[in-house]
Design a protein around this ligand. Structure first.
Ligand code: APR
Length: 425
């Protein structure tokens, strides 16, 4: 953590006569506090403040996107509001990390089913620190298997995608600094202890609702909503990516905090996040993504004061060669991954919420939509959940998947039979 006593830097100008381990060091947090109590009056001062805490990034500090956002995108009133109130409020929020996060945050490590629950206020504070890049470099053991968290990459380059990302995230910071949300968010890493023996399953398919209209986030209320994830959760959300996962992480930015403590997902693991709030609306997709205003999320809260929005991150396999995905071992991996995401850790009952999903693994990752739809229907059936499938505008796919589901259910074909011959339907 930025305020950890272990977050130190060598004292400058000391004569290095002793062994490196005897070097005098000072608290980085003291430096950060000095920087974050000085209100920047323009983007150059802001950039200096952001780059100050990390030698590596300072050398490589391309902040063209932040510069363009502050000097070209915002109108003069918005620039004044940004430097006079929003940034100072965000700095105050970031500085509260020593008060709000008094213990180090546990890591959701690979191979361990484990949950972390934190307040939306703690989440906002951690994200404000990520904006000012105050988190120390991860130690060598961690850095390669965890997503990056400081927002350095968000400030790089000057694509229009970065401008829209910055508009979306600054909308979040504006809303939470004006009125801190009072709920909780739970991050649960789940591991499938034992892969299923799919071929012997006698389970029959559950119900399917399929439509070529709507989206998972707009029409999946009350359902288990699928994040078409990267194994490094959030994927390119602070980088260049701007497809399904990145968009969800931008409009529900509390999801981004999972990158701080979630190790890369293994083949038999998923991450379930309950309670995140939507703060922005958007139009378009990928190159045409545009922030289109703030969003008042009226989703009711559960007994734990968590918004009743449950999102499951499952990363599909990326296929360089189309036919590779029809290999039984690849189908098995995807069945187990989806089942790991869809099953309820405690129960299998018909009262479980449906899965709200779509063309999982069939965009950037090159999967076949019909095969992936079948895999998800089989996994959902095994988990005891119905399926709400959004084909994202593809009406032919809607017809084909509907017909496939009807063929299987009218003949009472079990999950086991279907998984033995997935290419027969
Ligand atoms: N609702 C329903 N369907 C959607 C939505 C949505 N909001 N957004 C996109 N889709 C459909 C589109 O048809 C898209 O082509 O899902 C398809 C797959 O979306 P991708 O994001 O490309 O998913 P995937 O192929 O699994 O690639 C995952 O992309 O976002 C990154 O971090 C992610 O690295 C990972 C990779």
């Amino acid at each position: 953590m930025p305020c950890s006593s272990k977050n130190t830097i060598p004292v400058e100008d000391q004569v290095i006569v002793q062994e490196p381990q005897h070097l005098e060091s000072k608290s980085q947090w003291e430096q950060i506090k000095k920087t974050l109590t000085k209100k920047p009056t323009n983007v150059d001062e802001l950039t200096k403040a952001i780059l100050k805490h990390s030698a590596f990034q300072a050398k490589n500090g391309d902040t063209a996107a932040l510069h363009s956002y502050c000097t070209k995108v915002l109108d003069p009133d918005a620039v004044e509001h940004l430097f006079d109130s929003l940034l100072p409020d965000m700095m105050q929020l970031a500085l509260r990390v020593s008060e709000l996060c008094t213990k180090p945050i546990p890591l959701l490590k690979r191979g361990v089913s484990h949950s972390i629950t934190m307040s939306q206020e703690q989440v906002a504070c951690l994200l404000a620190n990520a904006f000012f890049c105050t988190f120390p470099q991860r130690d060598i053991r961690e850095c390669c298997n965890y997503p990056d968290f400081n927002f350095f990459r968000l400030f790089k380059g000057s694509s229009s995608k970065k401008m829209e990302k910055l508009k979306t995230l600054m909308c979040y910071f504006k809303m939470v600094t004006q009125q801190i949300p009072t709920g909780l968010v739970t991050f649960s890493r789940r591991k499938l202890e034992k892969p299923l023996n799919w071929k012997s399953s006698k389970t029959l398919l559950t119900k399917l609702h399929i439509t070529c209209e709507g989206t998972i986030e707009d029409d999946g209320y009350g359902m288990l909503q699928v994040d078409f994830a990267n194994k490094f959760v959030g994927g390119g959300v602070i980088g260049a990516g701007l497809v399904q996962e990145e968009i969800r992480f931008l409009i529900n930015p509390e999801l981004i905090v999972s990158r701080l403590f979630t190790e890369a997902l293994d083949d038999d693991e998923c991450l379930v996040v309950t309670g995140t709030q939507q703060f922005s609306k958007y139009t378009g997709y990928n190159e045409t993504y545009k922030w289109s205003g703030s969003f008042q999320d009226k989703t009711p809260r559960d007994a734990w004061q968590r918004m009743c929005t449950e999102i499951v991150a499952i990363d599909a396999l990326k296929f360089e060669h189309f036919l590779e995905q029809f290999h039984p071992s690849k189908i098995n991996r995807e069945l187990n991954k989806a089942f790991c995401g869809f099953r309820h850790p405690e129960e299998k009952s018909p009262t479980l919420a449906a899965v709200a999903t779509g063309n999982w693994g069939c965009g950037v990752f090159g999967g076949d939509t019909r095969l992936k739809a079948l895999i998800q229907m089989l996994a959902a059936a095994e988990a005891g959940r119905d399926v709400a499938y959004f084909t994202f505008g593809d009406s032919q796919l809607m017809t084909d998947v509907y017909n496939m589901h009807s063929f299987l259910t009218q003949r009472n074909i079990s999950v086991g039979e279907a998984s033995r011959h997935p290419d027969s339907f």
